[in-house]
Design a protein around this ligand. Structure first.
Ligand code: CMP
Length: 523
């Protein structure tokens, strides 16, 4: 545990410092300052709040004197209102705004207990593979024994980390099950008694968090970047990714007549960003922005074919949320060994169902109007399940009367469109997915008990070289892998799309050109 955040000047008992150095306690005078600090560190990458366990010790205000729950108030001095929330409310707000953070909130009274508990877990959690296994399998603690699955665990043990919401001491170690459980509880209780995230957008000017050089902002720099197929999300910072997403969504929302203020749109995007695991090599916010930009570009090409102006907005929103909470693995690993989340979804489109449910909850809070077309959201996200790939390709081949839903086809194409980007961009995505595949293989080996967690050496940690030839020297297996993926999945999809929609012929031409290059490298 790197830091303890102390909010509102709590009395910290001396016992605490037998576990933890005093110098590592950071004090905040207000909840607003704490939130700004969390966002700033996350956006800059200084602390993702995923690799380590963090703790907030919150001094609850002495006198409240309010009759309504905070979430229902609209005070002009919102930051003052924000500062009056209880520890339970702060814990709830943080879990809602920073869903993937392993950040616990506690009272001064429970602080020592919480610190001891977190320190006990922390050493294990510092290993990336143990973290991923914990997210997926919930009760998994990274022992070097083979893991056999959720069903086979004794009941008492299987919920060891299933932290039901406890206001005073919730040792919040992120897991997919706890995320889903919270979302389901919110839906069931419709709990308006807890603070609405709107409290944050009315208290903070979120635009100020986006750190971008002035000269780039004042010109058409980002607008030019997002308006072409040469968009390269891998070379953008988190601030720039949020800014590009803001530009796209503001435009398509305006065209569709779906009102959202700039500050609420920033809050939505910040919450989407914190719903992705920044430490994943491929399935992270960067991939989400890449897929949304591709989706938007494809929609611009196909614009005349859409019956409703809201379609483009809905599919762009679906695209940015289509992988929220992704553990950086795959459905096969979710199902074998059986994870609790796979069990809940009956092993069917497990990750896609999970993303849909998590993202619907996020939209309910931040942009409920989008949920008026809930079926578009779920149909498009579910369409990204590669288990359905051949079904889509076959339907397209069967002729116009059998054609699948156009929006589903667009997001599906966008999801694997990295192989149709210009070669220097496509190669970078290839490296990232290859590193993620390698990590999955390493995890599987440890789950089976064939290697130890301690021996794991993370890959792709240094910056990637810029030119294709240098990348291939470092990652010689890329050409073979790309050829396999293009031959097995991508080429038939883009050929089918080109056949049905001549506007999308460029995708087929691009993938054929990239394939030729990879073939040349495999000779
Ligand atoms: N460039 C690529 N090379 C190999 N596999 C890819 C590539 N891009 C996408 N994929 C695979 O296609 C899948 C699409 O769905 P997922 O995002 O679940 O996971 C993705 C990867 O498994």
């Amino acid at each position: 545990m790197k830091t303890i955040f102390a909010v509102n000047g709590p009395d910290l008992c001396p016992e605490l410092f037998s576990y933890f150095p005093k110098s590592n306690v950071v004090h905040f005078d207000s909840v607003a300052d704490l939130l700004l600090h969390l966002y700033t560190n996350r956006i800059s990458g200084a602390n993702t709040y995923e690799r380590t366990l963090s703790l907030v010790i919150h001094q609850q205000p002495k006198r409240r004197g309010r009759s309504k729950p905070v979430g229902l108030q609209s005070s002009p001095a919102s930051d003052a209102v924000l500062n009056k929330i209880t520890t339970a409310e702060l814990s709830h707000l943080i879990q809602k705004q920073f869903p993937t953070f392993s950040l616990s909130v506690t009272t001064p009274t429970d602080a020592s207990k919480a610190v001891a508990h977190l320190l006990e877990r922390e050493q294990l959690y510092s290993n990336r593979l143990v973290r991923v296994a914990t997210w997926m399998y919930n009760d998994y603690v990274g022992s070097n024994e083979p893991y056999t699955g959720h069903e086979s665990r004794p009941a008492a043990h299987s919920h060891a980390n299933h932290d039901s919401y406890s206001p005073t001491c919730s040792a919040n170690v992120y897991t997919m099950l706890s995320h889903l459980t919270r979302v389901r509880k919110r839906r069931k209780d419709q709990d308006s008694s807890f603070p609405s995230s709107k409290l944050i957008s009315s208290a903070l000017d979120l635009r100020k968090l986006i750190n971008i050089p002035k000269d780039k902002l004042s010109s058409d720099h980002y607008w030019n970047l997002i308006s072409t197929w040469d968009f390269c999300a891998t070379s953008l910072s988190t601030s720039e990714l949020i800014w590009c997403s803001f530009l796209i969504l503001k435009k398509v929302a305006q065209d569709a007549g779906f009102e959202i203020s700039d500050n609420n749109l920033f809050l939505f995007l910040l919450t989407v960003e914190t719903s992705y695991h920044q430490g994943n090599k491929f399935h992270n916010f960067r991939h989400a922005v890449d897929v949304m930009q591709a989706t938007w570009q494809l929609c611009c090409q196909l614009e005349a074919r859409f019956k409703k102006s809201s379609s483009i907005l809905l599919v762009c929103v679906a695209a940015i949320g289509h992988d929220v909470g992704h553990p950086g693995t795959n459905n096969a690993l979710m199902c074998d060994p059986l994870s609790p989340v796979a069990q809940l979804y009956n092993k069917s489109s497990v990750l896609e169902n999970f993303h849909t449910e998590i993202f619907s909850d996020l939209l309910q809070e931040h942009w409920p109007q989008i949920l008026e077309e809930q079926s578009i959201l779920s149909d498009t996200i579910l369409a990204t399940d590669m288990a359905l790939h051949s079904q889509y390709v076959e339907q397209m081949d069967a002729g116009p009367s059998e054609q699948p839903n156009l929006l589903a086809l667009v997001i599906k194409a966008a999801d694997i469109s990295n192989v149709t980007r210009p070669l220097h961009i496509s190669t970078k995505w290839a490296v990232l997915i290859t590193c993620e595949f390698n990590e999955c293989a390493a995890l599987l080996k440890r789950i089976k008990g064939n290697d130890t967690y301690e021996s794991y050496m993370p890959e792709c940690e240094e910056p990637m070289p810029d030119c294709v030839e240098s990348i291939l020297i470092k990652y010689p297996s890329i050409p073979q892998g790309q050829l396999m993926f293009i031959n097995a999945f991508a080429e038939c999809l883009f050929a089918g799309l080109a056949e049905c929609f001549q506007e999308l012929k460029f995708l087929h031409n691009n993938v054929k050109a990239n394939k030729k290059f990879w073939e040349g490298k495999c000779k």
